[in-house]
Design a protein around this ligand. Structure first.
Ligand SMILES: Nc1ncnc2c1ncn2[C@@H]1O[C@H](COP(=O)(O)OP(=O)(O)OP(=O)(O)O)[C@@H](O)[C@H]1O
Length: 264
């Protein structure tokens, strides 16, 4: 951690506006993500969760507003300067987004190759370490993504996101498509890695169990902005109809009672 970013939020978004043609997705959106927290980002389909993540990681240029990472305003940063900041983040995209023509180990090495400074044997050793961190057997490294189960693809994508020892991890619906047991195991892995590596985690999810078991705070995207951001219990009290339906509908009640049964 540099002296500059000690203490302040790791992600700070102010007055964000995103628009595609006539469709305004975000308007005057503010968000702070605190160091070391797992922030769950929820919202209806099309509420702009992925666009928000893409705006923060620099894949989407906002129409207006400011994004700061680690205390530095990245909105108007030159590309090489931005690359220096980007190396401190890892991203797990929805569906994993692995290169299908590369082996799993080569996928994990891909971000290291971009640095052009590491010898091949070291990259191979680091890739093996990242795969182990993500809970994959060593034998997975030589396989191609098409030879892996859905859960293993997610773990391989997580290993790749961890390739450059990030401080900040972005996860876009990491448990989507996993069976409940696989999803719960993945949740625990994220929690363990956050604790062991001191990560800050921006986590988009539809999975209420994930919110109940691993998120420190929850941000709800609605009406083009972050409508509520707080602990899950506090957010669940918000009178907004979508929030009430989401947290207190049948699925919300089931996730809550499951969390209570497990003493969370
Ligand atoms: N590149 C783009 N061009 C045009 N419209 C876009 C683009 N990217 C996103 N959108 C639109 O912006 C809105 C928000 O999309 P986004 O993918 O962020 O939603 P989301 O909250 O992540 O949804 P979901 O939960 O279904 O994944 C959608 O209406 C989408 O169609």
């Amino acid at each position: 951690m540099s002296a500059v970013d000690a203490g302040g939020p790791v992600i700070r978004v102010r007055g964000l506006r995103n628009q595609f043609g006539a469709q305004v997705v975000h308007e005057n959106l503010d968000l702070d993500v605190r160091r070391g927290e797992i922030l769950g980002v929820v919202g209806g389909s099309g509420s702009g969760k992925s666009v928000l993540m893409r705006s923060i990681i620099g894949l989407n240029r906002p129409a207006a507003g400011e994004v700061s990472l680690f205390g530095e305003d990245v909105t108007a940063m030159a590309q090489d300067e931005r690359a220096r900041i980007d190396r401190r983040s890892g991203v797990l995209f929805q569906y994993g987004a692995l290169f299908s023509s590369l082996t799993v180990a080569e996928n994990v090495e891909a971000p290291m190759r971009e640095l052009r400074s590491l010898p091949a044997p070291l990259m191979a050793r680091l890739a093996a370490l990242k795969l182990a961190l993500a809970g994959l057997p060593a034998s997975a490294g030589a396989k191609f993504p098409s030879q892996l189960s859905g859960g293993m693809v997610k773990r391989a994508a997580l290993a790749r996101a961890l390739a450059l020892d990030p401080e900040l991890l972005f996860l876009d619906e990491p448990t989507a498509g996993l069976d409940p047991i696989g999803a719960a195991a993945f949740d625990q892995l994220i929690l363990t890695l956050r604790d062991a590596l001191g990560l800050t985690v921006f986590l988009i999810t539809h999975d209420l169990d994930t919110l109940y078991t691993i998120c420190d705070r929850v941000a709800v995207l609605s009406q083009r902005r972050v409508l509520a951001i707080d602990t899950l219990d506090a957010v669940a009290q918000h009178p907004d109809p979508w929030i009430q339906d989401y947290f207190h509908g049948p699925r919300g009640r089931a996730a809550q009672s499951s969390a209570q049964r497990h003493g969370l």
